[in-house]
Design a protein around this ligand. Structure first.
Ligand SMILES: [Zn+2]
Ligand SMILES: [Zn+2]
Length: 386
């Protein structure tokens, strides 16, 4: 295969892509080459494109995006080559061979830092490298993001084999579906008295882009009661209803006061048991805290990039209300296989095949990015071969 050229879309600075050609590498020992089939546009990619380039702030190892990068960390593809003796297994121990369809987990953790050794989520690793995000395309073998015909997989990455009965345009949702592991964690917390999230609890999802939509589905799968979806787009809210939301509220046509009143009305004045923030704007956090019942739980998953600050009343929003806030900065590798099997199962109940609304080639990445931020799109994907 060497000698071939690989096409990729490189983001050279916020707002500016270049179509570039790179040499096709052959994988070194413990490395792989994956031929990308589809790669999703994630909320993080949108934030980076818009110039919000700070990530992992507030940790010991904050990061800035090292331009140029090849974006794309929601990657589905087939194994094109395996380095070394050609043997490898997926995260669940399934042997992998050339031609197998896989998801490549977006982060690579070191396994030896304090957080890795103390059972923190793998994205808390002090030395994490993230495909499509914080590995520069400047240095060979360059291909560290999925908006490229091939992805170069480095040692320590995890791969998960895609079930044969899961179409790639659904498998591409696996990363965001895996982020909803935040609700599984909430479920564990609920084993303590008065804590959310219990069977039949009222759940509000703020922001029903693709991630929020997966939380709507997951809340329903895990036994939520009333699910309220709030977004600026009627198009997205209609889809949220089809994925299990009972009540939808358009944030353009209602005031914050009206939305709060509606949530209280639905809960006999108490407020929501759980609010999940997926709007990815700081202001939504305050709205979410206001909607919570006393002792309720806010899951914060939307502001993965540093989008700025808000003011809170520590008395009114936190202390007097006895709230819990669960920051969810990513997913867990073990959630990948489970999410895929559940999506296979729920294909019958949910219109998962309609989740990907637009496909674009590498020459149209700019248009793809614009579409992903438009009110009339759900998941937008890059197909690097079209
Ligand atoms: Zn993502
Ligand atoms: Zn580590």
């Amino acid at each position: 295969m060497s000698g071939h050229r690989v096409l990729a879309a490189a983001l050279v600075e916020p707002g500016h892509y270049e179509l570039r050609e790179y040499p096709l590498p052959s994988p070194a020992l413990d490395c792989l080459l994956v031929r990308i089939e589809v790669s999703g546009i994630c909320g993080t990619d949108k934030h980076t494109y818009l110039g919000y380039t700070g990530q992992y702030g507030g940790q010991g190892t904050p990061k800035q995006i090292p331009f140029p990068i090849i974006q794309g960390h929601e990657n589905v593809g087939t194994i094109a080559a395996i380095g070394g003796d050609g043997r490898c297994t997926d995260f669940e121990g399934i042997p992998l061979k050339v031609g197998d369809r896989v998801i490549v987990g977006p982060n690579v953790s070191c396994g030896t830092c304090y957080f890795c050794r103390h059972d923190f989520p793998y994205y808390c690793c002090e030395n994490t490298v993230d495909y499509g995000n914080n590995i520069s395309a400047k240095d060979p073998p360059h291909l560290f993001g999925g908006w490229s015909q091939y992805l170069y997989v480095v040692p320590g990455s995890f791969l998960v084999r895609v079930p044969d009965d899961l179409p790639s345009e659904i498998a591409v949702l696996t990363e965001i579906m895996a982020v909803t592991v935040g609700l599984d964690r909430a479920k564990q917390i609920s084993s303590f008295p008065n804590e959310s999230f219990l069977f039949d609890d009222t759940v509000v999802v703020l922001g029903t882009g693709p991630l929020g939509m997966c939380f709507v589905m997951k809340a329903r799968m895990l036994g939520a009661g009333t699910v309220v979806a709030i977004d600026l787009s009627d198009y997205r809210l209609d889809f949220a209803r089809r994925l299990g939301a009972d009540v939808i509220l358009n944030a353009r046509q209602t005031s914050g006061v009206e939305r709060l009143a509606r949530v209280r009305e639905l809960t006999h004045g108490r407020g929501a048991d759980v609010v999940i923030e997926c709007a990815g704007v700081p202001e939504a956090v305050r709205e979410g805290l206001e909607m919570l019942r006393v002792g309720g739980l806010l899951v914060e998953a939307g502001n993965f990039s540093d989008m700025g600050e808000i003011s809170l009343s520590p008395h009114r929003h936190l202390c007097a209300k006895n709230v819990r806030i669960l920051g969810v900065g990513g997913e867990e590798p073990a959630a990948y296989g489970r999410s895929m099997r559940q999506m296979v199962r729920y294909q019958r109940h949910y219109p998962l095949r309609e989740f990907v609304t637009h496909r674009f080639g590498l020459r149209q990445v700019e248009a793809a990015m614009q579409k992903s931020m438009a009110a009339d799109s759900m998941k937008v994907v890059i197909d690097p071969w079209s």
